[in-house]
Design a protein around this ligand. Structure first.
Ligand code: 48H
Length: 254
């Protein structure tokens, strides 16, 4: 066949613009493509919701790629092992109740599960604000291209509407802080010292709707709550993503 560069360009721009327009109104906008966001989006999409995953970087995976101090391994505890199995991530037992997995495989399989479930990815999109109108509920995101943000260009953003947003932005808890800064009823206490047992034990109670229409999950949930950090044990991130999906699902059904 004869290849034509213009057709190739039209295919890329046309199909992505179609998706962008389709997702101008979505059920759930998951912001952040780390382990908690990938888990939440894969589960919600599999349940039939229209889910967009907004990620400011070029690739998803967040802080999981690097494992612990660049050793590409993660540890997952017994309680979350079923999620490794659910996503087909191989693991090896290490002592009683610890499982070790490849961080690369974990990111790849979570991402593949999200793709298979129908999640639409918007990479290099950076959330810089949120929409909250008179009803006091978060109703959408304000976004710009990450390169625009990096270059410090003065270019106005665009918006995408959503019924529920999930703050899966990790340590920075970006959405929670945006709402707090503009006078919303969220208070971000900031994350505490390393204490894996406590941080992993409490993360599910911190995974909650922190503002109408906004669910915090993963490290963002712990940062909002002033909870400790846990280092490279990732069970809590997967469990928190699963819980965020359940919460978002129930918000969508009410
Ligand atoms: C779009 C954004 C924006 C924005 C950020 O950090 P993550 O991996 O988040 P989690 O919570 O799923 O996982 C945390 C885990 O990786 C970790 O760091 C742990 C367990 N640490 C423990 C410890 O003690 O240190 O991913 C967050 C993602 C990243 O990919 C960001 O690029 C993205 O969110 N993001 N995307 N718009 N404004 N801000």
């Amino acid at each position: 066949m004869e290849l034509d560069e213009i057709t190739i360009s039209r295919a890329i721009v046309g199909s992505q613009m179609e998706k962008f327009l389709e997702f101008m109104e979505m059920d759930v906008a998951v912001v952040g493509g780390g382990p908690s966001g990938l888990t939440a989006s894969a589960i919600l999409s599999k349940e039939g919701y229209r889910v967009g995953l907004i990620e400011k970087k070029l690739s998803v995976g967040g802080g999981m790629w690097g494992g612990g101090m660049m050793f590409p391994r993660i540890v997952v505890q017994e309680e979350a092992r079923r999620l490794l199995d659910r996503f087909g991530i191989h693991s090896t037992p290490y002592g009683k109740g610890y499982y070790v997995a490849s961080s690369v495989e974990a990111v790849a399989k979570l991402t593949a599960a999200a793709c298979d479930a129908g999640v639409e990815f918007f990479t290099l999109f950076s959330v810089e604000d949120v929409m909250i109108h008179g009803d006091g509920k978060l109703s959408g995101l304000v976004l710009n291209w990450t390169p625009v943000e990096m270059a410090g260009l003065h270019i106005d953003p665009l918006t995408m509407g959503c019924h529920v947003a999930v703050d899966a932005t990790g340590h920075d808890a970006v959405l929670a802080r945006l709402v707090e800064r503009k006078g919303g009823t969220v208070r971000v206490k900031g994350e505490g010292f390393m204490w894996a047992q406590r941080a992993e034990g409490e993360i599910l109670s911190h995974t909650r709707e922190i503002f109408p229409g906004l669910v915090a999950c993963g490290m963002a949930a712990n940062a909002v709550a002033g909870e400790h950090r846990m280092g490279p044990v990732f069970g809590g991130m997967l469990l928190s993503g699963e819980r965020a999906a359940a919460l978002a699902g129930s918000l969508l059904r009410t």
